[in-house]
Design a protein around this ligand. Structure first.
Ligand SMILES: Cc1ncc(COP(=O)(O)O)c(C=O)c1O
Length: 394
């Protein structure tokens, strides 16, 4: 959070101060029980998280990044398989594909939603596509019906949602993460639902994926990872390591904290939406484009992302920071323009919309811990600076 008075994202200490008594009790419960690895809070968190997401199953892991890699392993992505992803979602999708030695193909996004462009996805799909990984950017669901439509001719391709920024958002009545084959979530403390530190989760309705996800997060072993109340459906798989797995189990302590935080999530999302409505109102006449909210969607506003004239973007963000407001650009540069990918063929012009948005976007704080005065200060300051720097220009 640096020296900013108003941080871009919430962080663990704000959560902890607000819910201190409940979190202390939850942590003390784990300490008293002594079951630090896969103790009872882990399956309890998983059951509660699955119920919240309206999915059959959930599996708690160590981070969103590990959730994505586990999803590719569970989906059966093998070296050389084609994986399609987006390049504006903070590297984790691309990294999962790289670690599987998959052939990674990025698809461009839509200008207004920052989410994958279903038309371009349709053009990119081939019979060799083994997985499509899409993100719900900044908390707004991607257009899952159109994505599923274009994927209908490619039944071999597994649809994986990266819902890291959108826990709790709904798309046409359904929670994100439970619409594709596998949902992946970051539960890092800066996310809309965050533990105290690092955490992640996967959701699925499919018992086979569920079993494989469990195996992969526990060394690839078929024996249950749980110390308590094994919720896995029975399997005829032989006992032992059947798939090269990882050690990515969520700590019992984090699961206990996650259970407390999950109970607060809906109230936090309501507060984020109130703040976004205030920003919509105050910024209505400012020279910028505001976040869209298509009918039938709900948004989590992990951050409130606007686009401005690229010529003033950096000056605008700098002036906001001088006022103690942490305005930032998530996630810049896009994946394909990081040095690693540039050395492997990534270049400007590859994803024109993703690149254009990366030059124009600015994220404003919209987390649940902003006081009404702080929220007002963010929006009024942004409006004043934009009107001065770029009158009439978007
Ligand atoms: C869209 C998206 N996916 C995945 C991740 C990775 O999550 P984690 O930091 O928990 O590994 C992030 C992190 O910010 C993210 O923004």
């Amino acid at each position: 959070m640096g020296d900013y008075r108003i941080g871009l994202t919430s962080n663990g200490i704000e959560h902890y101060r607000r819910d201190r008594e409940e979190i202390d009790r939850a942590i003390q419960g784990v300490l008293d029980h002594g079951s630090f690895v896969m103790g009872p809070d882990v399956p309890a968190f998983e059951a509660e998280f699955a119920a919240y997401c309206e999915a059959e199953y959930a599996v708690a892991v160590t981070s969103g990044t590990s959730a994505l890699l586990i999803a590719l392993l569970a989906a059966g992505v093998e070296p050389g398989d084609e994986v399609i992803g987006v390049a504006n979602a903070d590297l984790a999708i691309s990294l999962a594909a790289v670690h599987r030695n998959a052939r990674l193909k990025w698809v461009d996004i839509e200008e207004d939603t920052f989410n994958v462009d279903p038309v371009k996805l349709g053009e990119a799909l081939t019979p060799e596509t083994r997985a499509v990984v899409i993100a719900h950017m900044y908390g707004l669901p991607a257009d899952m019906d159109r994505i599923k439509d274009v994927m209908a001719d490619y039944p071999e391709a597994v649809l994986i949602e990266d819902a890291s920024l959108a826990t709790g958002a709904r798309y046409r009545g359904r929670r994100v993460g439970a619409i594709g084959d596998i949902g992946c979530f970051s539960l890092a403390s800066t996310k809309v639902l965050g533990v105290l530190g690092s955490g992640g989760a996967l959701t699925t309705d499919d018992p086979e994926y569920y079993r494989r996800i469990n195996w992969v997060r526990h060394y690839g072993r078929t024996q249950t990872p749980y110390n308590y109340d094994d919720p896995l459906p029975p399997s005829s798989a032989p006992a032992g390591m059947v798939i090269p797995g990882l050690n990515e189990r969520m700590d019992s302590l984090q699961a206990a904290v996650g259970r407390v935080k999950l109970r607060k999530l809906d109230a936090d999302l309501r507060r984020r939406r109130e703040i976004a409505a205030l920003y919509d109102e105050i910024l209505a006449d400012a020279p910028c484009r505001l976040p869209v909210l298509p009918a039938g969607y709900t948004h989590c506003y992990r951050v409130y992302t606007i686009t401005v004239d690229p010529g003033i973007r950096d000056a605008f963000a700098e002036e906001m920071r001088e006022l103690g407001i942490d305005a930032g650009a998530h996630y810049v540069p896009p994946d394909h323009l990081h040095p690693y990918f540039r050395e492997r063929g990534g270049h400007p012009g590859m994803l024109p919309v993703t690149e254009g948005m990366a030059d124009a976007l600015v994220c404003l704080p919209s987390h649940a811990y902003l006081t009404p005065e702080e929220a007002n200060h963010v929006a009024v300051s942004a409006r004043d600076i934009l009107l001065r720097l770029a009158p009439g220009r978007i």
